[in-house]
Design a protein around this ligand. Sequence first.
Ligand SMILES: O[C@H]1[C@H](O)[C@@H](O)[C@H](O)[C@@H](O)[C@H]1O
Length: 604
Amino acid sequence: MSRHMISMGGRRQKAVDDEERTLIVPPSSSGGDLPDQDASATGFIYVLAFFSALGGFLFGYDTGVVSGAMLLLKEEMNLSTLWQELLVSSTVGAAALSALSGGFLNGWLGRRVCILLASFIFAVGGVILSAAPDKAVLLVGRVTVGLGIGIASMTVPVYIAEVSPPNRRGQLVTINSLFITGGQFIASVIDGVFSYMGRGGWRYMLGLSVLPAVLQFVGFLFLPESPRWLLAKGRSQEARRALSRIRGDRGVDEEYAAIRTSVEKEKKGAGLVISRILSHGPTRRALIVGCSLQMFQQLAGINTVMYYSATILQMAGVRDVKQAIWLTAATSATNFVFTLVGVWLVERVGRRKLTLGSLMGTGLSLTLLAVGFLLAAQHSPPTTLHPVDAQNSTCRLYRSCEFCMLDPDCGFCYREDDSRVYNSSCVPVNQASTDNAAWGRCSNQTEATASPMWAYNYCPTSYSWVVIMGLILYLAFFAPGMGTMPWTVNSEIYPLWARSTGNAWSAGVNWIFNVLVSLTFLHVARYLTYYGAFFMYTGLVAVGLLFVQGCLPETKGLPLEDVENLFAGRLCSCGSSSATRDVHYVRVNGRGSHPSDSDASDAE
Ligand SMILES: O[C@H]1[C@H](O)[C@@H](O)[C@H](O)[C@@H](O)[C@H]1O
């Protein structure tokens, strides 16, 4: 019987028992190929990945759809800014809480039941939202879908990783991220379509998520539980049956034995899992790496860039709301398409290189975005008219659009002629709707070309192309690496006993930083200006780059049972040991047996 291991600087030597000898196999030159002779890659695994990743789709859909729905809701239900913020952030807040408790549920009920539970919650949430008679019920619906998102976000990657063969695991887990961004894209298209409907259109936007939720629920009634979880629960016969079903015709003795050995080794521990994780060096280090990756994903500002894309497009001269909605769909399409690149690259270049390359590109594009905003600020149009302000608001104090738009109570009213701005003033915004001014020329906005323009939260500028380039490059670099790898890597760096808890904590960190970054963005922009905010994200990405360079080991191709050993040494020694990191050790039986074909592919 043969098993495979990667060694870091010979640390693994002590694990080799007397009956075995160690062969040093150079890294395969075909490291990037996904050998199809591996019979384990049956169609069934893709069916499993598809139905699981519907959880990712719902995560993306429910977080993405709200911006378009809000445009209609705020008019129809007369929502104050506070209520709008509540309806958006309550989902993310609830997701953070349920992701954290999802670890316990996962260990207790299993991956399959948790996925069933999440799809059931999604469906109930969708029904509540589409039938909501008032804003309080809407809030209940948004919290409900948030609870579903949290559980799905931590369970789905774990389930996919546990049922996948090692050489396809990264790709299959990354499909979940593809479904997240796919969900965000479809949500923006649905927003576009139903925005024409006017009254009640939001009911369809929010309610349509019931369909994929029901599809997932029904699908999972027929799909197997993770064999690893079943074995951990002592249900060995069911585990073997599930594994045989997933692997198709291929013999599963070897894989089954490997999982059982690792489960038995892990059974010894007692006490709260999180304290066991923290008191055991390798799992503590894995948790630090996993949580930090999730934190840096959010600190790179993805959700402000996505959220802010409509404003960026307005700066570029897109005045029509419908057009802005469709162009926002183009932004989420870009995010989706480049996630596809990630799915393609993950087994070819590996997690580490993909993350490093992505962070570098993300940092450079953020710099470009910041420079674009800086140029726009430096050439910001001055206020030329100073109308009498009976309320004595702060708006009359601002001498240029830049300062005016940074004050959430003010907007910029102007006329334009061949992109030359004239007759401009800074006036208070209408508190009921930011679409027009509280009083004066811009208080009664009509489609008529003769009426002056109203810019809230942005300034007209001729440097918008720099910002748009930055936006596209940002998505192109972020999506394949930083958008996907934090989820993928977390699904594979913990041993079985720590896997659900580790993923729950790291997903919780992701959601907490998601809330923090989105809630603080406008305040940060107010104090540091927009370019300052984007320079700040660049700085945070640079710190993330150093962290990943030093601390993220490569997990590509390793059986889950062996990944823990990558964290056996000092934290953040990966960079310095990169020479030894590529040395692959294949343990083979001492009686002269040879690695099988599938062994060779696993050892890559
Ligand atoms: O991986 C996803 C993806 O990148 C999404 O576009 C983003 O909205 C999420 O916050 C993130 O976790």
